[in-house]
Write a protein that binds this ligand. Structure first.
Ligand SMILES: C[S@@+](CC[C@H](N)C(=O)[O-])C[C@H]1O[C@@H](n2cnc3c(N)ncnc32)[C@H](O)[C@@H]1O
Ligand code: SF4
Length: 430
């Protein structure tokens, strides 16, 4: 059934039967030509290191070591130089450092990499960065501020000790609350906290208490994700036979509803499918501009009609750059229809967009291209359309969650799962 839904949506939205990533590495001149027609870019920097591997986590990461970190800094700087030559003085209007855990490199090269990016490129935006609660001592928080991070995210995950234990998180509720309190009092433009819900055995009362505690902590933004089971993670492998996406949906819907009520009442607004941000505060988020360059192991680069993914292994990434080879492992050519669908997916994920933006990007009216779909979704109460702006409703957000579980999680699992097993795959078919 889920396979059928995936195939149906893919065909309807992109006209394709499958998505094919191949081992085609672009030449410098091809990349230069692609970058020439682009006005502004985002930068994503991936730090693939963690001090521990959490059983539920799908992201590309490996255990931190000083030696790998040292090689990584040099490799990232080389990759920056490669792109700087092609990007020239085009403005960088979005800059995100994710992982893994970027704060593992706080004393071993993070500042050096950020400084190199600033020197080589024309960065005109805030830096947004992920962090681990155990790295947020007062001293480390000042370091984070001093290297120019203005928007900070903290992986809190839960505010009940038994859930933290079940998730193998290495801290207690009291400890993590203190870390969040210190970050909030540091004067960042936005402090985001990640939490997960619909955890095994989690009650509605626990989710309600968690929502209230987050508001009381004074965080600017909360990103609340249901616990996804990626098949290639230890959690996914353990729950294969017992887990049913559709059965979980009702629990998730009710828990998300509880959080929505608490955050709306406390003056937060929905700022993406998963996130609630205090009114008037700039939103913490991943790369916000449609086109971006991804640096580091597993970094993804999107340049209008093509998407590239770097090798997932830190050692292979370091080796490739040391030998003056591109670390790109896979590439995907995007037809015009795929670009439109991708653009719409991400704009809807951000919960709103203007019709003028679509017109500017694709040179046609969204009503002539997707008017039938918009009217249908409006009738279902999934979105509001005032003629100029399209805004996703809470109900629409929930159904986007459900689709995400059925479609995106499967695609991510295939792409990331294969890239982790095979460091230079010949092809990946989604
Ligand atoms: C890169 S981690 C955050 C930074 C840091 N590595 C940490 O763990 O504190 C990104 C976030 O993704 C979310 N996440 C990870 N695995 C997830 C899963 N299986 N389902 C839902 N959310 C998940 C968690 O909330 C996590 O904080
Ligand atoms: S959740 Fe964070 S700390 Fe845990 S493995 Fe994933 S990236 Fe690393």
């Amino acid at each position: 059934m889920e396979q059928f839904i995936r195939r149906f949506l893919l065909k309807r939205l992109t006209g394709e039967r499958e998505i094919l990533f191949t081992r085609a590495v672009p030449s410098r001149e091809e990349l230069r030509a692609k970058l020439e027609s682009i006005d502004a870019l985002g930068i994503y920097l991936h730090i693939p290191f963690c001090e521990q591997i959490c059983p539920y986590c799908p992201y590309n990461k490996e255990i931190y070591s000083d030696e790998l970190a040292k090689g990584y800094v040099n490799a990232v700087k080389k990759e920056i130089d490669f792109y700087a030559d092609l990007v020239g003085n085009k403005p960088i209007t979005s800059f995100y450092i994710g992982g893994g855990t970027p704060t593992t490199m706080l004393d071993t090269g993070l500042a050096d990499m950020i400084g190199h990016i600033r020197d080589a490129l024309d960065v005109r935006c805030d830096i947004h960065m992920e962090s681990h609660p155990n790295h947020l001592s007062a001293e480390n928080l000042s370091k984070i501020k001093s290297i120019g991070v203005q928007q900070l995210s903290i992986g809190v995950e839960a505010l009940v000790d038994r859930h933290l234990k079940a998730l193998c998180r290495p801290y207690t509720v009291n400890g993590v609350k203190e870390a969040v309190g210190r970050a909030v009092s540091q004067g960042f433009k936005c402090v985001n906290v990640d939490v997960m819900f619909a955890l095994p055995g989690q009650t509605y009362q626990e989710i309600e208490e968690t929502g209230h505690q987050l508001v009381a902590l004074g965080v600017d933004q909360v990103a609340a994700y249901p616990l996804f089971r990626f098949p290639y993670t230890p959690l996914g492998k353990a729950s294969k036979t017992r887990y049913h996406v559709l059965f979980q949906s009702l629990k998730r819907r009710r828990m998300l509803g509880i959080l929505e009520d608490i955050f709306y009442q406390a003056g937060y607004e929905r700022s993406s499918v998963w996130a609630f941000t205090k009114r008037g505060v700039p939103r913490y988020c991943s790369v916000t501009v449609p086109l971006y360059v991804g640096l580091g192991a597993s970094g993804g680069t999107y340049l209008k009609d093509v998407f590239y993914v770097n090798t997932f292994s830190a050692a292979e990434y370091i080796k490739a750059l040391a030998e003056d080879r591109m670390p790109i492992a896979l590439s995907l050519d995007l037809t015009e229809r795929m670009q439109r669908s991708g653009w719409l997916y991400w704009r809807i994920y951000e919960t709103q967009f203007t019709k003028a933006d679509y017109q500017e990007r694709f040179g046609e009216s969204i009503d002539s291209a997707y008017g039938g779909y918009l009217r249908f979704l409006k009738r279902l109460g999934f979105l509001k359309d005032d003629g100029k702006r399209v805004v996703l409703s809470d109900r629409g957000s929930f159904w986007l969650h459900a689709c995400e579980d059925i479609v995106s999680i499967d695609y991510i699992s295939k792409l990331w799962g294969t890239s982790k097993r095979d460091l230079w795959p010949e092809k990946v078919v989604l």
